[in-house]
Design a protein around this ligand. Structure first.
Ligand SMILES: NC(=O)c1ccc[n+]([C@@H]2O[C@H](COP(=O)([O-])OP(=O)(O)OC[C@H]3O[C@@H](n4cnc5c(N)ncnc54)[C@H](O)[C@@H]3O)[C@@H](O)[C@H]2O)c1
Length: 256
């Protein structure tokens, strides 16, 4: 038993990469899922159907996390389609398209865009989702941060700063929402080979992932299913007394 059976989840940034994996993992564990993204999530919904053998375990929703009305619409999709909302995975982020470089050369527009999606987007989705979670007496919000925020990824200060803000949102909101039995936790993965990391690191992709693996206690790169297992655990009742925490899923890159 995963403790996720019967729960309804929204996963943002679900069109590809890790978000797509989280949808199938949650559905396999017994949840129904709204796969939400600015890009089409049809393939994610098809993955869920393959993973569960049922075509009613996931729906796609168009979502721009920078727009509060769009966030509220995705919550309405969850409630209208599946009757409730229990779990929110704030996974959508800008990073693959961000140009990296020394801190004083970063583009101001990209800095603002990273904050709008990675920070304000998380706040927006929480604002949209909490009323529906209060309706059912609680919930679990899982905010995706990054090893970058804790370890300090050089030449990506916009991304690193935005992911550190996610940890602040997690701690502050956990204290505000405990009275509503809504738990708020963060997950900070190290580097996973996704379309996103390939775009972000470009020709350096293999070298950077290799260097990251060498600094971990567990010397291989993280795989999407490694993170998905932690997401499912935090979504379920097995972690019902856990809130305000940051879970490093990084093979022991950071051990303090
Ligand atoms: N891949 C890694 O190595 C790694 C490591 C640590 C943390 N993370 C974090 O994990 C998450 C997923 O990473 P990924 O590699 O799968 O990324 P990705 O770039 O493949 O996927 C991000 C998704 O977010 C969506 N998105 C972007 N802007 C959006 C918006 N305004 N509204 C809604 N959706 C939007 C994109 O369309 C995309 O589908 C991100 O939060 C990332 O920061 C990734």
């Amino acid at each position: 038993m995963s403790g996720v059976e019967g729960k309804v989840a929204i996963v943002t940034g679900a069109a590809r990469g890790l978000g797509r994996t989280y949808c199938s993992a949650l559905a396999r564990a017994g949840a129904t899922v709204v796969a939400a993204d600015v890009n089409a999530c049809d393939e994610t919904v098809a993955d869920v159907a393959r993973a569960t053998g049922a075509d009613d375990r996931a729906v796609a929703a168009h979502l721009d996390v920078t727009d509060i009305d769009s966030c509220r619409a995705s919550v309405a999709t969850a409630v209208e389609t599946f009757g409730r909302l229990d779990v929110l995975v704030n996974n959508a982020a800008l990073y693959a398209s961000l140009a990296s470089g020394p801190f004083d050369t970063l583009d101001e527009g990209e800095w603002d865009a990273a904050m709008a999606v990675n920070v304000t987007g998380v706040w927006n989705m929480c604002r949209a989702a909490v009323p529906a979670m209060r309706e059912v007496g609680g919930g679990s919000i899982i905010n995706i941060s990054s090893l970058a925020a804790v370890y300090g990824l050089p030449n990506a200060l916009h991304y690193t700063t935005s992911k550190a803000a996610v940890l602040g949102i997690t701690r502050g909101l956990a204290r505000e929402l405990g009275r509503d039995w809504i738990r708020v936790n963060a997950v900070a993965p190290s580097a996973v080979a996704t379309e996103g990391t390939r775009e972000f690191f470009g020709d350096d992709h293999e070298r950077v992932l290799g260097a990251i693996a060498k600094q971990q206690a567990l010397r291989r790169n993280l795989e999407p299913d490694d993170v998905a297992a932690t997401i499912v655990h935090l979504a379920g009742d097995g972690t019902r007394f856990v809130t305000g925490q940051t879970f490093m899923v990084d093979g022991g890159a950071v051990t303090t």
